[in-house]
Write a protein that binds this ligand. Structure first.
Ligand code: SF4
Length: 195
């Protein structure tokens, strides 16, 4: 088949315009159908929130692999959540690349602990980290809890702990965190995102 430059351009233009039978004589319909099917075929959808900034855009992450024997769970695609009232399915360029964060070989998978005076970080497990955190929290609260102010008024507040939420904390999470912290007398609280 002899193909001139004009024929090639004509065929490309027709294909781009949605004509599946191109001037080259190929039926592109199966190819289009196949590519659409493969992209997130068999993946599970996880609704989440972009971790990068205070806008808090809703995101859908598509994950392949069950995590079972001989499988590896991996994020294969991330896109904006069209149901999110914040971003309506859109993502900025930084948010659109968040899959790179999830799949980075440099991603840390365990908590890190650096003892006072040490220059080295060490891996610890979550059980150890949460026990350490609970102990420090309790000790700090006991040491800085104020029952009455200088005028003798009962205030029952803890002035030695501050709490800062992250961008991926939803409104519902933030509500529960606020309730818990207020119940413990924490008065210094803020949160990165309003979502
Ligand atoms: S997608 Fe962009 S604007 Fe939205 S939360 Fe992420 S970084 Fe912020």
């Amino acid at each position: 088949m002899t193909l001139s430059r004009r024929d090639l351009l004509k065929g490309t233009a027709l294909a781009a315009g949605g004509t599946f039978v191109s001037a080259l004589g190929f039926d592109l319909k199966p190819a289009y159908a196949q590519s659409r099917e493969l992209k997130i075929s068999g993946a599970r959808e996880y609704k989440t929130v972009c971790p990068y900034c205070a806008v808090g855009c809703g995101t859908i992450a598509y994950v392949h692999g069950s995590g079972g024997l001989n499988t590896t769970r991996s994020v294969i695609h991330v896109e904006g959540d069209p149901d999110s009232p914040i971003n309506g399915g859109t993502l900025c360029p930084k948010g659109a690349s968040q899959m790179q964060l999830a799949m980075s070989p440099r991603l840390e998978h365990t908590p890190k602990y650096r003892a006072a005076g040490s220059t080295e970080w060490e891996d610890v497990d979550w059980e150890w980290a949460m026990s350490w955190f609970a102990r420090k929290y309790k000790d700090s609260r006991d040491a800085t809890f104020v029952e009455r102010d200088a005028q003798g008024r009962r205030v029952n507040r803890c002035e030695g702990i501050g709490w800062v939420g992250s961008a991926t904390v939803t409104n519902e999470d933030a509500y529960l965190i606020t309730k818990t912290q207020r119940a413990l007398g924490i008065v210094f609280m803020d949160h990165q995102a309003r979502i």
